[in-house]
Design a protein around this ligand. Structure first.
Ligand code: 5RP
Length: 262
C-alpha cells in the first residue's frame, strides 16, 4: 500500500513527518489545511495515540477540525488557546524570503489568523511550491457576499495601479454556485502571473471595505520544510544567515513509508 504513494504524496508526507520534530508535549499547535497539512495531522494523531504525545490542536478549517478529532488530537479553539507555540501548514507558493501565497483550499483567513497568533509558523511543501516571484498561483482574496460585484469591481480597479503582469479576477465557484468559506464568505481569485510588490498589493487590497483578507503571507513564515519524492527533506529557516538550507534524508533513519496506514 505504501508503494502506491505517488512521488508527490511521498514528498508531502516526508515534509509533514519532519515537521513533527518541532512538536513537543504540552504545546498548543495550529493545524493547517490542505493535502500536505492533512499528512501532518495524521502523523500527529499517530504520535498522540501511540507515543503519548500531549498537545492541543487549533484547526484552521472545519475540514481540519474533523480530521484532527478523527485521529485523536485534542481540539480547542483559538480563543481558548489565545497564543500558540507553533503552526504548521501547507502553502501554494513560497519565495526566497519565505513569503507565501495561500488560500488555494479557501482557508487562508483562519490560517492567517492562527499563524499570526503563533510563536513560529512552519510551512510544509513539496518542491513544486518554490517560486522566484510570487503570483503564478492565483491570489485568493476573501470577500463578504454583500455587494460582492461591487467589491470585485473595486479590486479590478485597484489592480490597474499595481505592479502585476495579469489582472484577471474570477469569483471562485463550487459547481454552479459561489464557493463559500467557513466564515460564509466568497473568494476572488486574482490571476496576476507575477506580483512585483506584494507588500503594496496586500495593503491596497485590504483597504477595500468588502475585502476580508488576502492570501499573501508576508513576514509570517519562519521555516519551510520541503519534501522530495525520494524521501529527502530540505529545511530553510529565516533565522539562518542568508537562508541556509539543511538537507536531511528521512529515509536514512527509518522506513517511514512502512508506517503509513490505509
Ligand atoms: C488552504 C491552503 C493550503 O495550505 C494550500 O492550498 C496548499 O494545499 P496543498 O497542501 O493541498 O497543496 O492555503 O487554504
Amino acid at each position: 500500500m505504501t508503494s502506491e504513494l505517488s512521488p508527490i504524496d511521498k514528498a508531502k508526507f516526508v515534509a509533514a513527518k519532519q515537521a513533527t520534530d518541532y512538536v513537543k508535549s504540552g504545546m498548543k499547535v495550529g493545524l493547517g489545511t490542505g493535502s500536505t497539512a492533512a499528512w501532518l495531522v495524521q502523523c500527529l494523531g499517530e504520535m498522540v495515540r501511540e507515543e503519548g504525545l500531549k498537545i492541543k490542536g487549533v484547526p484552521t478549517s472545519s475540514r481540519t477540525a474533523k480530521l484532527a478529532q478523527d485521529v485523536g488530537i485534542d481540539v480547542i479553539t483559538l480563543d481558548e488557546a489565545r497564543w500558540l507555540d507553533v503552526t504548521i501548514d501547507g502553502t501554494d507558493e513560497y519565495d526566497a524570503d519565505l513569503n507565501l501565497i495561500k488560500g488555494g483550499g479557501g482557508a487562508h483567513l483562519q490560517e492567517k489568523i492562527v499563524a499570526t497568533a503563533s510563536d513560529r509558523m512552519i510551512v510544509i511543501a513539496d518542491a513544486s511550491k518554490k517560486v522566484d516571484t510570487l503570483g503564478a498561483f492565483p491570489l485568493p482574496v476573501e470577500i463578504i457576499p454583500f455587494g460582492a460585484r461591487t467589491t470585485q469591481a473595486l479590486v479590478e480597479e485597484t489592480l490597474v495601479g499595481m505592479d502585476v503582469l495579469g489582472r484577471e479576477v474570477t469569483l471562485r465557484k463550487a459547481g454552479d454556485t459561489p464557493f463559500v468559506t467557513d466564515e460564509g464568505n466568497h473568494i476572488l481569485d486574482l490571476n496576476l502571473k507575477r506580483i512585483g510588490n506584494p507588500r503594496q498589493l496586500s495593503l491596497m487590497l485590504n483597504q477595500i471595505p468588502g475585502v476580508v483578507e488576502n492570501g499573501l503571507f508576508l513576514d509570517i513564515c519562519d521555516t519551510v520544510i520541503v519534501g522530495h519524492g525520494d524521501g529527502r527533506v530540505t529545511v530553510r529557516d529565516i533565522e539562518d544567515d542568508g537562508g541556509a538550507e539543511i538537507h536531511f534524508n528521512v529515509l536514512d533513519d527509518t522506513n517511514i513509508f512502512a508506517d503509513l496506514q490505509d
